[in-house]
Design a protein around this ligand. Structure first.
Ligand SMILES: C[S@@+](CC[C@H](N)C(=O)[O-])C[C@H]1O[C@@H](n2cnc3c(N)ncnc32)[C@H](O)[C@@H]1O
Length: 497
C-alpha cells in the first residue's frame, strides 16, 4: 500500500516510519529564504499561498534542547557538527543556523529509516549545499558519500553582474557499501559529447575502437553532471503550477539508478508529488510526506489524472476506487473527530490555519491569506456565467469558515460581507450544525439567477460532516486547484538570504 502523509515530516518519520524500511530516499527541501512561494491560478489575479518557509517560524532552541538533552543519545551523531555550526553562525547568521539544525534532525531520521542497501539523494542549491554536505558527512559517514550530481539547465536569467546561476547539486549517499546501483547510460553521440563538427571532446585520442563501438551501441555510462534534462517550466505537459516542481525525467533517472521494481521510495518534502508519480509509474512502492494540504490535494489529483486515468485507462469513478485501494492518505480528516482536532483542540496556529485551508480546498475554493484586520473573508471561488454578449465571465464568490458556535447573526454578517465585496453568493462552512433560524434567514434572502438560467441561493451552508461525506452543493464552481497551470515564484533565483 502506498502512503501519503499530511504533516511535518519530522513527526511523521518519528511516529510512523520504521527503521531500515526504505530503499531509496529523495528530498528537495525548501531553502532558508524569506520569500513566500505563490501559485497563480489560470492567469487570474487570485493567488494562494503554497508554502512559507516553515523553518523561520520554528524556534531552533527547542530542537537544540532535543538534540543535546531530551534525546541526546538518539542525536549523538550530530552533536559535534551542531556545536561547530553554532560557533560559526550563531552571531553572523542565526536563521541559517536554525535551518541547519532543523535539517540535521530530519537527516538523522531519514538515515534511520533507510535500509542498509539504501541510497539517499538530497537536492539543493549551491548556496546551501556546502553546509548540508557537512551534516551529511557526519550522519552517513564520509566513506558513504557517492556523488555530487550537478544538474545544469538553462532558462532566462537577469543577473548582469554574475554568471547566471543555472545548476543544482544533488548529493548521493548510501547507508553502507552494499548499495543498489543500476548503471544509467547516455547516448554517446549526443550533442554534449561531440563538438559541432562531430569531433569527440571527452575521449579524443584515448578511447579504444572496441569501447567506442560499445558506447555507440548501448550508450556511455552516465557522468555525475547532467545536462540533458530540461527544467519543468520547459516541459509544458508536466507543469502543474507548483513552484519548485522538478522534472519527471530527473526523478526517473534517480529512481531507476537507486531502486528496483517493488522497492520502497520515500520523499519527505514531496511538493506536488513528482517523486511519487514517477515511482508509481516505475512500479515502486512509495511514501510521500508534505506539510501543506494543497500539496496532498495536488498529488491525489495528479495520480488520478496521470496514472489511474491516462496510464490505466480507468474512468473517473473507477480511478477513484482504485486509488483508494492503492493509496492511504494520513492526516487529512476522515471523520468529524479528526476535523475537530485540527480545528479546535490544537494549540498551533499553523494547524488551525491548515484546517481552514483543508475545508476551503475541499469545497473547491482558494484560501485567502489575511493581512491586517479581519475582513470576514477566509477564502473564495469563482462561478461561471455569461454576460449579455454571451461571453464567458467569472464571478468571484466568498467563503467563510467557523469552527465555534454559530448563529443567525453570523449569516447576516456574511451576507453583508457579500454585499460589500459585490459577490453574488457565498459558502458558509461550519463545524457545528446550523440552527433553524440560520436556515430561515437564508430562505428569506434573494436568490441569484445566472444568465445560463441556474438559480443559486445567496448562502450555502456546508458542514464539516458534509465535506467528509462529500455531500456538497452542486454549484458551477471552477475547481481551481485542478486547473492550476501557471506558477510564478516571486523571485526565481534560488538564494537563501
Ligand atoms: C521545494 S518543494 C518540493 C518540490 C518537489 N520536489 C516537486 O517536484 O514538487 C519543498 C516542499 O517541502 C514541503 N515542506 C516544507 N517543510 C516541510 C516539513 N517540515 N515537513 C514536510 N514537508 C515540508 C513544502 O510544503 C514543499 O511542498
Amino acid at each position: 500500500m502506498n502512503k501519503l502523509y499530511y504533516g511535518d515530516n519530522f513527526d511523521i518519520l518519528r511516529n510512523h516510519i520504521e527503521d531500515n524500511s526504505v530503499d531509496l530516499i529523495y528530498i528537495d527541501p525548501p531553502f532558508n529564504s524569506k520569500r513566500n512561494y505563490n501559485i497563480i491560478y489560470d492567469g487570474a489575479s487570485a493567488q494562494a499561498e503554497v508554502f512559507k518557509d516553515t523553518w523561520s517560524l520554528r524556534s531552533w532552541q527547542d530542537e537544540k534542547r532535543l538534540i543535546f538533552f531530551d534525546e541526546a543519545q538518539r542525536y549523538s551523531g550530530i552533536h559535534n557538527i551542531i556545536d561547530a555550526l553554532e560557533k560559526l553562525l550563531i552571531n553572523s547568521n542565526p536563521s541559517l543556523f536554525g535551518y541547519l539544525v532543523n535539517m540535521a534532525i530530519r537527516i538523522v531520521e531519514l538515515h534511520r529509516v533507510l535500509k542498509d542497501t539504501g541510497s539517499f539523494y538530497l537536492h539543493c542549491d549551491p548556496v546551501a549545499s556546502h553546509y548540508l554536505k557537512l551534516i551529511l558527512d557526519e550522519v552517513f559517514g564520509i566513506r558513504n558519500f557517492r556523488n555530487e550530481i550537478v544538474w545544469c539547465y538553462t532558462s532566462p536569467g537577469h543577473s548582469k553582474r554574475d554568471f547566471q546561476r543555472k545548476h543544482d547539486s544533488i548529493f548521493r549517499y548510501t547507508k553502507s557499501d552494499r548499495y543498489i546501483f543500476n548503471q544509467q547510460y547516455i547516448a554517446y553521440k549526443s550533442g554534449i559529447h561531440v563538438k559541432e563538427e562531430g569531433e569527440v571532446l571527452a575521449y579524443k585520442g584515448t578511447i579504444k575502437e572496441s569501447q567506442k563501438q560499445e558506447y555507440e551501441a548501448r550508450g556511455k555510462p552516465l557522468e555525475d553532471w547532467w545536462v540533458d534534462i530540461y527544467p519543468t517550466d520547459r516541459v509544458r505537459k508536466e507543469r502543474l503550477g507548483y513552484p519548485t516542481q522538478k522534472p519527471e525525467a530527473l526523478l526517473e533517472r534517480i529512481i531507476n539508478a537507486g531502486s528496483n521494481e517493488g522497492d520502497v521510495v520515500l520523499d519527505a518534502f514531496c511538493g506536488c508529488g513528482t517523486t511519487v508519480a514517477v515511482a508509481q509509474r516505475l512500479k515502486r512502492k512509495w511514501v510521500g510526506i508534505d506539510i501543506t494540504f494543497l500539496s496532498i490535494d495536488l498529488i491525489r489529483q495528479r495520480l488520478l489524472d496521470e496514472f489511474y486515468r491516462n496510464t490505466l485507462g480507468l474512468n473517473e469513478i473507477e480511478a477513484k476506487v482504485k486509488f483508494d485501494e492503492d493509496v492511504t492518505i494520513f492526516g487529512i480528516p476522515r471523520d468529524l473527530e479528526g476535523a475537530k482536532q485540527l480545528a479546535v483542540q490544537t494549540k498551533s496556529d499553523r494547524v488551525r490555519k491548515e484546517f481552514e485551508k483543508w475545508a476551503i480546498f475541499s469545497v473547491g475554493g482558494v484560501y485567502f491569506e489575511k493581512k491586517g484586520a479581519d475582513t470576514g473573508i477566509d477564502g473564495y471561488f469563482y462561478i461561471q456565467d455569461v454576460d449579455q454578449n454571451r461571453k464567458l465571465k467569472k464571478l468571484k464568490c466568498l467563503i467563510q469558515v467557523k469552527s465555534g458556535k454559530v448563529g443567525v447573526r453570523d449569516i447576516r454578517d456574511f451576507s453583508y460581507t457579500l454585499d460589500r465585496e459585490g459577490s453574488p453568493i457565498g459558502i458558509f462552512i461550519t463545524l457545528e450544525n446550523p440552527t433553524k433560524p440560520m436556515l430561515d434567514e437564508i430562505g428569506k434572502m434573494p436568490q441569484y439567477t445566472t444568465q445560463l438560467g441556474k438559480t443559486l441561493q445567496r448562502i450555502y451552508i456546508v458542514t464539516i460532516q458534509d465535506i467528509i461525506d462529500d455531500d456538497l452543493p452542486n454549484l458551477p464552481i471552477q475547481r481551481i486547484t485542478k486547473r492550476a497551470q501557471r506558477a510564478k515564484m516571486e523571485n526565481n533565483q534560488n538564494t537563501m538570504f
